[in-house]
Design a protein. Sequence first.
Lengths: 497, 497
Amino acid sequence: MLGLKHVAVNSFNENIAYIHRDCADFQADDIKILTKVEVYGGAEPVYAFLQVVDDAKLVKPTELGLNTEAFRQINLPEGAKISIAPAQPVPSLAAIKRKITGNILSGGEYSSIINDIAAHRYSNMDIASFLVASGSFMTASEVLALTEAMIGEDVIRWDDESIVVDFHCFGGVPGNKTDIVIAAIVAAYGLPMPRTAGRSLTSCAGVADTFAVLANVDIDEDKLRALVKENRAAITDFNSLSIASTGKIISTVERQLGIMQLQHLAASILSIKLAAGVTHLVLDIPVGPNSRIRSTNEAMRLRKLLEYVGDMLSLEIDAVITDGSEPIGNGIGAVLEARDVMKILRNKPDAPQDLLEKSLFLAGRVLEFDPKLRGGQGYAVAKEILTSGRALEAMNRIIFAQGKAPQPQLGHLTRDIVANRSGVVQSINNERINKIGVLAGASQYPGAGLDLLKKVGDTVEQGETLYRIHAVNSNNFAFANSAVDGNNGYEINTKGY
Amino acid sequence: MLGLKHVAVNSFNENIAYIHRDCADFQADDIKILTKVEVYGGAEPVYAFLQVVDDAKLVKPTELGLNTEAFRQINLPEGAKISIAPAQPVPSLAAIKRKITGNILSGGEYSSIINDIAAHRYSNMDIASFLVASGSFMTASEVLALTEAMIGEDVIRWDDESIVVDFHCFGGVPGNKTDIVIAAIVAAYGLPMPRTAGRSLTSCAGVADTFAVLANVDIDEDKLRALVKENRAAITDFNSLSIASTGKIISTVERQLGIMQLQHLAASILSIKLAAGVTHLVLDIPVGPNSRIRSTNEAMRLRKLLEYVGDMLSLEIDAVITDGSEPIGNGIGAVLEARDVMKILRNKPDAPQDLLEKSLFLAGRVLEFDPKLRGGQGYAVAKEILTSGRALEAMNRIIFAQGKAPQPQLGHLTRDIVANRSGVVQSINNERINKIGVLAGASQYPGAGLDLLKKVGDTVEQGETLYRIHAVNSNNFAFANSAVDGNNGYEINTKGY
């Protein structure tokens, strides 16, 4: 028996057990090879990954240390008597080996994998293996099985509502925060929209990052229910909900790897929406040569996949293929994107027109889920709600109800990137712009990002500013500057100018 | 500036930086998202993966803790002034994303990946992604590029020798420790054989595990050179050498994942042999329905791959395809395997004949690398060396020179697995037997394993013992027992009996 000690280290959702090299219960040679243990003493055994300690001040030979994640799970006080044993092998890991060699996995296998991840039986390395192994190809039934498994046990019920709508975008286009404008319009119209939003995985800002500039997004289930009842819409960081918990563990690994495969994204989005009790969902699939989805064929395959999974799980899906050839809006990065959104809601003349039009178009699609609305009227209704100021009122109510955020400052380290010749902006490379923004510190710092002053089709004079970099710290500023000097992401055409 | 603190935790070759949540140099929100940092202050910046601490006794807000791996690399005393910054993105990670989507990587890309792994710029998760992404398919030139990159800078030179031989097996067959018998015969014959051996990754015992039962295997370059000069052969745990260091980092991840892809194994074996200065190599490729390599076609493709890589890197390879349809020898697990090997070297009548014959055959192939030996004479010479007792003498000298090991005890928790009907042993499933052995505690405990009393073709009566399980602790004993009750790995044919 060992005495339990809390080692107050947070290890990205991974359970770690710290054992002294001279621990009485193990021989030094065993410890070298042993990697996973089960810790007994609590209500259920807790899986943990072993790290060896050489300092008795940290963990004594008569103790077992657990990091914060594992300590929370075992739910015992420090000093409690516990015992450990080599962990029983995790059977679902065999399925991952089958996937590496190109097999199609069954629904049962996906369900075991997800259950084992939820029970913290996978190390982050194991999760990475699963993501990469399944990332190269998955059949439609595999995506369905993964989605179903990821919904989990807890589902939010909306007994008072006949339909519950939501909107989500597949990403790959910097800027493009239609979500917040849509939520305001839908709230003003009166359909319930519990928008479960994510933090950025690989982009300059997730919807939750951008909305966090305006309001508190740490909203749990009860609060969400109350907010939607009161204001019809709310935007919550999905991590603050307890639903679809495996998705959170997986996305921690995806963020660290910087990898996000399309089919995982599909399963992740749909499982969260289903767990949130959404019945009707508009999905935006932007297509562009430098977007996440590169061709209309690929977008069409994704749309059919989404429709298939939605049909099988009784989720009404309207998947819309949109133009993702260049960034949408001017601001890229949370603070700048929030500025654009508020300009649109305030009907400012300098609001970005591309973001405005796209938001109205998509909001119209969401509104048309309402059986009472005549087909084809969505756009016009959305536009009326926006221009009348009702959308702004709704947004102000939402922000007030969720709690106004202490708005972070825009990064004060700036550099204007200028045109090296006169001409017309021919293209703006989404991936390059995203990369420069991430190097500048977005999404890590809400105030970091890029402000695009010119878009495709705009005329520029040599020396005129194309965009402005905002960084919060000097390291990121240097990274972004050095990346820009290689390739600033803009192509300028001088022909016929 | 922060004060350096050594947090004496060993984290499987991964650099970890421990930062207090209230660290003055970062805001709490940044820490949530930041995962990799560069630590400045030593001769070179050290990459580390960030974990957040909530206990000032562990790391103060004015300190930065480094785990043992990272603390060794920064090579500064505790209290030294250091600073940290977000890590610059690792460019070679982009190559891994290319591999996930099915691309062929260039030599330059493999070289960058291996350099970045060697410089500890990859988290174990990143390494897992690389292994899984490249695990499903690699071209011959990709395997060549990976092998070349993994050789590294340090290569052992044997200026006094015209040829340096070695032997390695691709595994998948329990038992099968021909290696130690071969080393004894080759040493007695007089060819230099610096056998770089591995610890088990997924099997019941690696060659280094088994030889560690007999002798010390922690042998560094200088000692290896002296031993080979003195006795012509030595068997070292490759981890105790400083060569091919990336291979060690990668194999730590492979062991934790329990995944070992054939092409990585090929690159790993060949790079270690080349770094060890080997010029002539016999490779054993066992083929069987439950072995690592399942068909003769697959074995032939592997042989051609090995020959191609060997030719390009000036390593003479004799790749031999052998029968891997059932375990070889009786003992499975380090102590039992060492027993079998010593029985053979001592010419005991109860020595396992299959292991004896295979060892002589393969030792003969190694001996035939000697230009002075007439073609086809290898086997006969090997047999004469063994039966005359010269192989035993050579082995005793090797053991004495390396340092005799305190022989671990055979596991005292035993169970005899008996035939449930009379008949003839039709087949023994390698994978199942290996799994039961691993569950029983092999390779973690040298004394754990299986002792096979019956082999394919043997007649058994109902109730007669097929094999005996040896376990060291009750948990493993229970795991093995419950696995055996499902499927003991033996098939008994009653027809015509």
